[in-house]
Design a protein around this ligand. Sequence first.
Ligand code: BG6
Ligand code: MG
Length: 209
Amino acid sequence: RYAAVIFDLDGVITDTARYHYLAWKRLADGEGVHFDEAANEHLKGIDRMGSLELILASATRAYSDAEKLALATEKNEHYKELIATMSPADLLPGAVAALDTCRAAGLKIGLASVSRNAFTVLDRLGITDKFDYIVDAGTIAKGKPDPEIFLKAARELGVAPGDCFGVEDAVAGVASIKSAGMYAIGVGDPAVLTEADQVIPDLAAFRIP
Ligand code: BG6
Ligand code: MG
């Protein structure tokens, strides 16, 4: 019996990938850097500066740290405009039912998103109070695939990592869960999420392991 579940947010509970894509795309176009939806796939679960580094890897010139910070800020301002229109209608199918199933089973519920916009997104979705602990991404030194964020969630929930399971849509996220010593439910394609202990197509298929 597991004592806690730790959910990822983007791509599991709601689909913000489109908004991240649009915001990065505008930035890449402005810089004359090639960026498409296939490249966007590789950014799932990767934090803001890490994502920017991946995009600028195909740029023809070098960027200073100050320039990078300015670009990341500009992208985030656009992203914030896009998510401002989100509502509970943006919850993915099965998301609320999965959270309620875990609550009814007596599990502690954590959220481990590297997004610094996670609190805003949860608020727009109207589900903030469904979590016992939400990691503040600003307090995390190493993003996914490092285990830090899942280990912090477990510690704050007061549960040993081995008594937790995590739910993730990204390769980097599943790797983070596994290196934290937790059981991993992947959400997406089993051919992609090969490190997960089980893979489901979406949260409508969620069952407590
Ligand atoms: C992750 C997303 O959840 O958060 C990434 O999958 C995103 O695409 C990352 O880059 C950081 O988000 P933010 O909101 O802090 O820029
Ligand atoms: Mg995700």
